[in-house]
Design a protein. Structure first.
Ligand code: SF4
Ligand code: MG
Length: 326
């Protein structure tokens, strides 16, 4: 059937005093109900900007969307009426950010803030809304939810706050959740717990989930498929297990080699040399070539197309065949 969300040939620019920053440069991806797509990349790769375009945060200058489509259940959000778009983004698509403390109101209790979703969107009474808030806090496994509903955000640990953000996102039972670095601010053990919870709820509610992260390690167990971004483009897509087993792009290979592994204690971690490019001045040819250990002359002049290797597998490397077999 039709995917829940389909991003097609999306371009996003920022018009700054220094020039036009091409933050997203022809991105395509899709996610279906019940599916988890991880979008992976360093900061500045365009992964968050793509999400912001979906959420409609970029509908005004200096941002500009010169080209592309963002289809929700087949309908292009970029061309539908502002009203229709707002309705979708309020109830059908929810977003979870990295920093719960700045997303929650510090002077309102957590129960009140969660309840507000039901008072505003469903017209529930204060009492009924609070009951639903407590129910949600239970679902995201906050111990003693009933009594904790009266606490303020700062009275919760970082992990518990992130659970509250998840509860907030789930409140209206959206079809799609976009989570931008949802666990980055947390300790490693808490990261895993929050990620597991998110995966569990995603399956239970049969939602689509887009997980944006710079950390390949945290999405391994929960994602169905991965899109790797670099300098505003997708450089590789694959079902998650295939990507881990056999990456088809040198950048992905570098990311994999830089994940800390328990069985390699004491061994020095590989790090991709250099930095991502300045988007005002993206290198000619393959944008990754200054950092790529496999770069050849062709890479400095010709931009690689996104080659299809197989079902759901694509690589934007001239030498993907060598990479996949190397
Ligand atoms: Fe490296 Fe060339 Fe492939 Fe780019 S196209 S990733 S520079 S080998
Ligand atoms: Mg970001």
């Amino acid at each position: 059937g039709t995917p829940l969300l389909q991003v097609r040939d999306l371009h996003v620019e920022f018009h700054t005093r220094d020039g036009v920053v091409k933050a997203v440069n022809g991105v395509n991806y899709s996610v279906s109900a019940g599916e988890t797509l991880a979008v992976l990349g360093e900061s500045g790769s365009g992964k968050s900007v793509t999400a912001q375009a979906i959420m409609g945060i970029l509908d005004m200058p200096p941002a500009k969307i010169p080209r592309g489509e963002i289809r929700f259940r087949g309908e292009d959000m970029l061309t539908m009426s502002a009203d229709a778009r707002r309705r979708l983004r309020g109830a059908k698509i929810a977003m979870i950010f990295q920093d719960a403390l700045s997303s929650l109101n510090p002077v309102l209790t957590v129960g009140y803030q969660l309840g507000e979703m039901f008072r505003v969107h469903q017209g529930l009474s204060k009492k009924a809304a609070l009951a639903k808030a407590v129910d949600l806090m239970d679902r995201v496994k906050i111990p003693a939810a009933r009594s904790r509903a009266g606490d303020y955000p700062h009275q919760f640990s970082g992990g518990m706050r992130q659970r509250i953000m998840i509860a907030m996102a789930l409140a209206l039972e959206p079809d799609l959740i976009i989570a931008d670095e949802p666990t980055t601010a947390l300790d490693v053990t808490v990261q895993a717990q929050v990620m597991d919870l998110l995966a569990e709820l995603q399956a239970e509610y049969h939602m689509g989930l887009i997980l944006i992260t710079h950390d390949l390690g945290v999405v391994a167990d929960v994602a169905d498929k991965i899109a790797v971004m670099y300098a505003g483009r997708i450089v590789e897509t694959a079902p998650v297990h295939e990507l881990y087993r056999n990456p088809a792009h040198p950048y992905t290979r570098g990311l994999l080699d830089s994940i800390p592994r328990l069985d390699h204690k004491g061994q020095e971690l590989y790090a991709i040399k250099g930095l991502p490019p300045n988007l005002l001045n993206v290198p000619q040819g393959c944008a990754f070539h200054p950092r790529c250990p496999k770069a050849q002359d062709l890479c400095r002049t010709d931009t690689p197309a996104l080659h299809t290797l197989g079902e759901g597998r694509r690589s934007a490397c001239h030498f993907w065949k060598e990479t996949v077999n190397g």
